[in-house]
Design a protein around this ligand. Structure first.
Ligand code: BTN
Length: 259
């Protein structure tokens, strides 16, 4: 038997129009409160569903998880994403996963994306809001002073160029706020956290973690972040292909780190 949340998704998927909570409740023979509960679950599962108090609900896009097979057509790298890949559903922090992997001998170039983080880490001890449909991933880079340019700066520039390319005309250009916060419409949409460790003074590991607010609805940001943070979807009104974005950003980071 089809689960009620899947039936809600099926009804929403059959139309490009809005469906009111009342209509969905009638179609499914359940209460409006139950409809709202199923919508919340579908959003947690990564589906992009807009809501309006007047109009009801509208499906913008079904969830497409981050998947190496979907990233690879966009990946033009020798190392990044080629030497190791671990897609996770939920984790505390992809940086933590990558650090543990690096310490256990994980290869330089390995990439760890996750659909959700329960303890996403930001800079200066802050947290990082990590809901489904965002893009969160970490890469193991060579430890030590082998980079001609700083990975933070390179990633900030690459993110700015890519977000600009993905946004259509009419959308304001992203700006980089030093050192590497990426702002769109004056609100933060991406951040970079580099962590490193050494043993007896010798650099042992270096992990680059990137978070991009991709397909997050503005209403999903908690009140304390809403004035300061936004997403590509919220600004452009269009869902973005996270797999393509991930492949291209990894390619750009590697190209710039080699240069
Ligand atoms: C910042 O404060 O601007 C940096 C945010 C970095 C967030 C990313 S999300 C993927 C990776 N895992 C983490 O726990 N943090 C980084």
């Amino acid at each position: 038997m089809t689960a009620p949340a899947d039936r809600v998704l099926n009804f929403l998927g059959e139309t490009a129009e809005w469906l009111s909570g009342e209509e969905l409740a009638r179609l499914l023979g359940i209460s409006r409160a139950a409809v709202a509960k199923h919508i919340a679950k579908l959003r947690r599962d990564g589906h992009i569903i807009k809501s309006s108090t007047k109009l009801g609900y509208r499906l913008l896009a079904k969830n497409v998880p981050v998947d190496f097979d979907l990233v690879v057509p966009h990946l033009w790298t020798k190392t990044l994403g080629r030497t190791g890949w671990r897609s996770l559903d939920v984790t505390e922090s992809t940086n933590n996963e990558a650090i543990i992997w690096a310490l256990a001998g994980g290869p330089v170039g390995a990439v760890v994306p996750a659909e959700r983080q329960t303890g996403g880490k930001g800079r200066r001890g802050h947290g990082w809001f990590s809901p489904p449909r965002s893009l969160m991933f970490s890469c193991i880079l060579p430890a030590g002073p082998r980079h001609r340019s700083s990975p933070e700066a390179v990633t900030g520039e690459a993110l700015a160029a890519l977000v600009e390319a993905f946004c259509q005309a009419g959308v304001p250009e992203p700006t980089v706020k030093s050192p590497n916060d990426l702002l769109l419409n004056g609100r933060k949409i991406a951040g970079v956290l580099v962590e490193s460790g050494s043993r007896a003074g010798v650099p042992e590991w270096l992990v680059l973690g990137i978070g991009v607010n991709v397909n997050v609805l503005q209403e999903e940001f908690p009140d304390e972040l809403s004035g300061r943070a936004t997403s590509i979807l919220a600004v452009t009104g269009r869902p973005m292909d996270r797999n393509a974005f991930l492949g291209i950003i990894l390619s750009e980071i590697e190209r710039k780190l080699r240069a």
